[in-house]
Design a binder for this molecule. Sequence first.
Ligand code: AMP
Length: 415
Amino acid sequence: MTQSVKGMRDLWGTELRHFQFVERMCYQIMGAHGYQEIRTPIVESTDLFSRSMGSTTDIINKEMYTFKDRSDRSLTLRPENTASVVRAIIQNKLLEGNDPLHLFYIGPMFRYERMQSGRYRQFWQIGAESIGVASPESEVENLVLLFDFLGSLGLTDLSLSINSVGFPDERASFYTAFKSFFKDREASFCPDCHRRIVDNPLRVLDCKVASCQTALTGHPEILNFLSSESRSHHEKFQKCLHGSNISFSTNPKMVRGLDYYTRTTFEVISPDLGAQCALLGGGRYDRLIQDLGGPATPAFGWALGLDRLVSLLIKKNISLPSKPRILLIPLGESMLEYALQLVRPLWTTGHSIELETRGVALKKSLATANRKGHSHAFILGEGEKAKNIITVKFLMTGEQEEWPLGEITSRLTKL
Ligand code: AMP
């Protein structure tokens, strides 16, 4: 039998219901903050990603699904969505008359990564981008949105880890100090870090090899080498986070895995997620829009891993707000047509009513309803038809009630 591609999985049942719950809350909170959805293709020209993410990042070097189409164009399944959103903004001139622009997206991303629990080759991200404002306050607005969203899902104990990487032209003196620190203990670093210290020293800081992380103890901190403007930006950012009651800690090693970040970077991790504990990350990317051919425009945003968020909700037993799920059971084939007429107007009221069409015995239908997690059964036989009522069985308790047909909608709403 043909199996799904390694690292790419089907979603259904409980897990999918959690995805849908998160997506519903996302639409609600994004709408409240005035963020509009954007949907971009999942395939882009390969050069979009190589130009935006940096030629020395792991994603570009090892993880992209790149292929040639029938016209020999190099295409790539998107490994992240900020580059695509920026391309869409430039191509469709979305900034004209819409500045500042607040956008969000939900969709699958693709990375050819080593498989682990919580790490997939197709995974889902929700992201929010705030385009056109350079201030620390706009960063905090975007993070208030994030924490309101997490709070609406029942996740109130997550904390933020922040840093600043300044602008590329501010990093020269940091690189000098960092390279000399590296040289003094170079034997302790992995071969990849020996390459990184030459090509892109920041990437040494987020090397995943444990011995490299140990060797980094006491490393020079980038923040101390930045311009006074970047440092005061960072101070104001922290003050504003305090003012908005968002708890955070600073982490001088947190530089994020992509090259386009400028100034503020951040991450939220959850120890409950195990080895793959990163739940989301983001930061400022003031040069990216210009680098991809658009007008010089500051921007800030984050991307959150939906698969990991859902596994966190399930692990923490955060229950979903549940609506009644009903199985309407006509007793015998003769009642089926009547049931179909009766249910039709109810289907337009937004309630979930599945119609049993098999014409099997009541016992079998009730067993199906229990197995499929229905909350109620509506039973419709000759007796009910004669009295203009429906028998409602509460499947959790086994209790039964008789409802007049005219009251079904109002009683359903009260359940
Ligand atoms: P990034 O785009 O690398 O900053 O990732 C943002 C978030 O996406 C991470 O914090 C994870 O929650 C999620 N994520 C990234 N890669 C994967 C993956 N391979 N499988 C599942 N989730 C992922």
